[in-house]
Design a binder for this molecule. Sequence first.
Ligand code: NAI
Length: 299
Amino acid sequence: MTMRFDDRVVLVTGAGQGLGRSHALQFAARGARVVVNDAGTTTDGEGMNTAPADQVVEDIVATGGEAVASHDSVTRGEQLVQCALDNFGRIDVLVHNAGILRDRAFHKMSEDDWDQVYEVHLKGAFKVSRAAWPHLREQQYGRLVFTSSAAGLYGNFGQANYAMAKLGLHGFCQTLALEGRRYNIVANTLAPVADSRLTAEVMPAELREQLRPDEVSPVVLKLCHESQHDSGGLYETAAGWVGALRWERSRGHAFTRASPLTPEAVHEDWARIVDFHDADHPVDAQQSLSLLMQHRQSG
Ligand code: NAI
């Protein structure tokens, strides 16, 4: 099967350079009509520049593809979706990729550093998805990808704000996956690593050469194709490697009236509580509760 996107309208945020640019080019090369959104900010979210989005549109059109530029910030999500509707009459796919960094050790992090990162990554995801959602429901079709990061999955020194937003995106995505299921709306989270201006100062050149953005985009396209039905998933990709993550919960230990739950008892049984042998992998909140009730009953 060749994966095509003919007649699909794809909105990629932050598509003026880096990963988003690569996603936009690859979607367009496979027949999608692409809204190339980029506000053209600095890495820390300052300023505005229409040139990056315009250049990507030019590159797509030059190779026979269809694309239009959108220069609004993702915090004005309605404008981005309106751009898709005005130019192409619909929206099928949203890849939320726009991002900025305000890295600081936590004791130096200002409220503004926190708010700006939240606004672009997380509030931006809400604004664009919220604007697209009624259209996706109405047409009973939608594919969404949210761009997370290892910093969110594992934590990273100096990125408390970014980690909050990047893991928040997955919580958001999992719920959209549940709410979208009846409407053939599929939402997934992808944590990539790729050479871009964001990684330029933190990675050595030899490593950056192996981390090509165009080796991330095929995963995004797969997750956004009409054949994609797994939803609410979390994936990592870099350097041509792709893998999946899931929650793992220890079987834990159930306390009883006879051996009651006290801080001391938790301390005593700590090794069993954190033992991942024969662990559970709950996929939703209901299963999480029903499994723990089973463990409680079986003692
Ligand atoms: P980049 O800096 O090359 O591209 C990000 C783009 O987003 C820029 O063109 C910028 O103008 C645009 N942008 C920023 N704020 C915006 C706003 N409010 N509205 C619209 N556009 C806005 O960065 P890169 O590396 O391509 O990152 C893309 C995404 O991937 C980001 O969400 C980033 O956090 C994420 N990511 C990247 C990793 C990497 O290794 N490059 C690792 C993990 C996650």
